[in-house]
Design a protein around this ligand. Structure first.
Ligand SMILES: [Zn+2]
Length: 145
């Protein structure tokens, strides 16, 4: 019985390891550059993630782990973090030459402020790339070091 149990728990761990590892790697990288990750309900209602520019605090709504979008959410906020670094504290677009996939359009088009819309378009563009994790990591390296 014991070997079977061990095998089961090993398989479960193996399944969970990849997204978890990426989340932690990204979190460590953000913390290295002075951002604080808070796993709590964000002060803005209904948000999965939120970055407060002035304090460099990033809230991650715990519900994202149940929805299996933890890494995706942190990736999105990491792009905003790189935008804060690029603007030396005042958030600005990175000027990336990539577009978000069409289904993400309503998510950033709902922002009426044009500047905000550009910032969100960029975050969704990175978030929806197949290599979004690697891209976010390198954007942080590039703009925050
Ligand atoms: Zn955003």
């Amino acid at each position: 019985m014991i070997p079977t149990l061990l095998l089961t728990s090993f398989l479960l761990t193996a399944q969970l390891a990849d997204p978890d590892k990426k989340f932690i790697e990204l979190k460590n990288k953000l913390e290295k550059f002075g951002f604080q990750i808070i796993i709590k309900l964000p002060p803005k209602r209904g948000a999965y993630g939120l970055l407060q520019e002035a304090s460099k605090k990033i809230w991650i709504n715990p519900v994202v782990f149940e929805l299996n979008i933890g890494t995706q959410t942190l990736t999105h906020e990491a792009v905003h973090a790189a935008q804060v670094c690029a603007g030396k504290g005042k958030i600005k677009t990175l000027g990336l030459n990539i577009q978000p996939i069409n289904y993400a359009r309503p998510f950033f088009m709902r922002y009426t402020d044009i500047h905000r819309q550009d910032l969100e378009r960029e975050a969704y563009a990175v978030q929806t790339q197949p290599n979004s994790f690697e891209l976010a990591m390198s954007l942080l390296e590039q703009h925050c070091k």
